[in-house]
Structure formats: structure tokens, C-alpha cells
Design a protein around this ligand. Structure first.
Ligand code: GRF
Length: 183
């Protein structure tokens, strides 16, 4: 496949989902990493993979960031554990082309601690990739899959459930990348 797509992955922390992008870096014309935190481990991953990365200023200069990504012909933004809400003005520049990974079967369990809350409620557990709109964890669902049905939770610890979710996240991110690169 000719690498002609350009994407920016926004992170704040560990970056295991970013790693799915880094492992496939040759598929992209450009892959860039943008972090809200200077100590995010994902930055180390980007550095080791030789992928351009930047840490956002505080306060974040959203208009500047948007312009710089556009100037570099970035076509899509993928939020992989990015812990900041994107302002509506920023999103207006990226309507249709900003995506988020969320560890629940949206619209259930929006927001933080989604796995913990779904586990406590003994609900189905899963993963969603959706378009980003100003309202948190809303927006058109692009990919969604169940990791564990409620009845399968019996006897599983929260840590085991989280591990299953993480595996499914990596799988869905890989699928999103494949679709994006072929679109
Ligand atoms: C993932 O669970 C993602 O769904 C959520 O933040 C977590 C990021 O994990 N939005 P990692 O940094 O990619 O390992």
C-alpha cells in the first residue's frame, strides 16, 4: 500500500494504543504524536520509533496547533488516551476528521473510569471508536465491539477485564488504521 495518509495521534500517558500506530508507521506518509503531558510514556515510544512528537504548551494554543497541523497536511486526528476536551472552535476545523477511542460500549459509560463503572454495574464491556464532537464521548460511532458480555464477567477481576479491553482496543485501532489508509 502506498503510504499517502497523514495522521496526528494525541496522547496524555502510557501510549499502548499509540504503539499500534508506531508499529505501522510505514503505512503513513506522516505520523505525528502530540502529547498534553511532557512525562507521557508515549513520548518515549515515539522517540524510540523515530516519529515526530511534540508536547503542548500550557495553556494550549489551540488555534496555533490546528493551523500547524493543517500546514503540515495532517488529514486526521486520533485521540488515544488524550485527557483534554477539545474546544468547539478547534473541532470546527476538524469536523469529520477527529476520532476518539473510548473503553465502553457508547453511549453507555461516557467519561472517566468507564471500565470500572461498567464492571461495577455488571454491564457488557467493550470498546468504541467514534467521531469527536464538542459533547464528550458523543459523535458518530465508527467501530464498536464487545470485549465481554455481562454474563462472562463472573469470576473475572477488574484487572483481567481491563486486560481484555486493552487487547480489544489495540485490535480496533489496527482496524481503524487499515480503513483510514484505504479510504
Ligand atoms: C485507553 O483505554 C483509551 O480507551 C482511553 O485511554 C486509554 C489510553 O490507553 N481513552 P493507552 O495510553 O493507549 O495505553
Amino acid at each position: 500500500m502506498t503510504p499517502f495518509k497523514s495522521v496526528a495521534v494525541f496522547i496524555s500517558g502510557f501510549g499502548s494504543n499509540l504503539n499500534v500506530f508506531l508499529q505501522r508507521k510505514t503505512l503513513f506518509k506522516q505520523l505525528q504524536v502530540v502529547s498534553s503531558h511532557s512525562n507521557a510514556f508515549g513520548l518515549t515510544r515515539a522517540q524510540e520509533a523515530g516519529v515526530p512528537h511534540q508536547v503542548l504548551s500550557r495553556p494550549i494554543a489551540w488555534a496555533e496547533l490546528s493551523k500547524s497541523l493543517k500546514d503540515q497536511q495532517i488529514e486526521a486526528i486520533f485521540l488515544a488516551g488524550f485527557m483534554r476536551l477539545l474546544p468547539a472552535e478547534f473541532l470546527a476545523d476538524w469536523s469529520e476528521s477527529c476520532f476518539n477511542l473510548h473503553p465502553s460500549l457508547l453511549p453507555d459509560f461516557k467519561g472517566l473510569q468507564a471500565i470500572e463503572r461498567a464492571y461495577a454495574a455488571r454491564a457488557d464491556i467493550g470498546v468504541t471508536i467514534h467521531r469527536v464532537v464538542p459533547e464528550m464521548d458523543a459523535g458518530e460511532i465508527i467501530l464498536q465491539e464487545t470485549a465481554l458480555r455481562a454474563e462472562e464477567l463472573e469470576g473475572l477481576s477488574l484487572a483481567e477485564v481491563k486486560a481484555r479491553v486493552q487487547t480489544l482496543e489495540h485490535h480496533l485501532v489496527a482496524e481503524w488504521i487499515q480503513r483510514f489508509c484505504q479510504s
